[in-house]
Design a protein around this ligand. Structure first.
Ligand code: ADP
Ligand code: MG
Length: 246
């Protein structure tokens, strides 16, 4: 990827309040182009709220989000068609098979037949779901279900991929496969924002943003952060920092 190419996003002093309850307390984040950004924090720390603000689905009480394409500021509308979003509670159609889902999204995105064919084969190969294409979504395991959701999101080659807890409740092997799929996307130069409550997944990201109770408490490259904090793992680092919060 060319330096400066791709989409980047800058979140500045974002505050969000739900019925007087502050969910985000003035959070600033820098999502640099072409990287895998992990937003990591426990249940209720504000991960989904942050993603929904970045996607323009929620309006912050204060603060702003700026979008850039190749380093130039652009309105969200300019990049919205290139954003794929996989929500935390994704609803696929229980009665439709894997192939029927792919065909549904092919039609929704008006993909040309040759593009669809290539993409379908590629996605089925990396997700290793090729032998299950006739199985209804309602009969898939948790990991397979998440992989199907991701395939539907990836069919149209997004430039920005936003995933809310794609690995939650997924078995360890499928978790590894999901991460492999994300690395595959990263190699194509896209911006990835992924949330997780699993601290051990922090090290898989290019840059991590740790949040707790609506506050960002540390951000940076995983290895640099561990070294800087003198911690062996992110579990250790997180518990230590969270305990130090006022
Ligand atoms: P996470 O995704 O990290 O689990 P959320 O962003 O979903 O956290 O939630 C952050 C906080 O905001 C939580 O305390 C949650 O209960 C609260 N919250 C989120 N959405 C709403 C909402 N629509 N109305 C009221 N409170 C909400
Ligand atoms: Mg959430």
């Amino acid at each position: 990827m060319n330096p400066g190419a791709g989409v980047s996003i800058s979140v500045k002093d974002v505050r969000k309040v739900f019925k007087k309850f502050p969910a985000l307390h003035g959070v600033s984040l820098e999502f640099e182009a072409g990287k895998m950004h992990g937003i990591i924090g426990p249940e209720g720390s504000g991960k989904t709220t942050m993603l929904r603000i970045v996607l323009g689905l929620l309006t912050p009480a204060e603060g702003s989000v700026a979008y850039f394409d190749g380093g130039r500021p652009v309105p969200l509308e300019a990049i919205r068609p290139s954003i794929a979003y996989m929500p935390q509670a994704q609803s696929l159609y229980a009665d439709l098979s894997i192939d029927e889902h792919l065909e549904f999204f092919r039609d929704l995105y008006s993909l040309p037949p040759d593009v669809y064919k290539k993409k379908r084969e590629e996605l089925l190969a990396i997700t290793r779901l090729a032998e299950f294409v006739d199985r209804p979504a309602g009969k898939l395991s948790g990991g397979m279900y998440k992989k199907l959701g991701l395939m539907c999101a990836l069919l149209r080659s997004p430039r920005v991929l936003v995933l809310d807890e794609p690995t939650t409740g997924v078995d360890p092997i499928s978790r590894r496969e999901l991460w492999a799929l994300l690395y595959h996307m990263l190699d194509q130069g896209i911006l990835i924002l992924v949330t997780t409550a699993y601290m051990d997944e922090a090290e898989r990201c290019s840059k991590v943003h740790l949040i707790e109770a609506g506050k960002l408490f540390i951000a940076g490259e995983p290895r640099v952060l561990l070294e800087q904090e003198g911690a062996r793992t992110f579990d250790e680092l997180f518990i230590r920092r969270a305990e130090a919060l006022p």
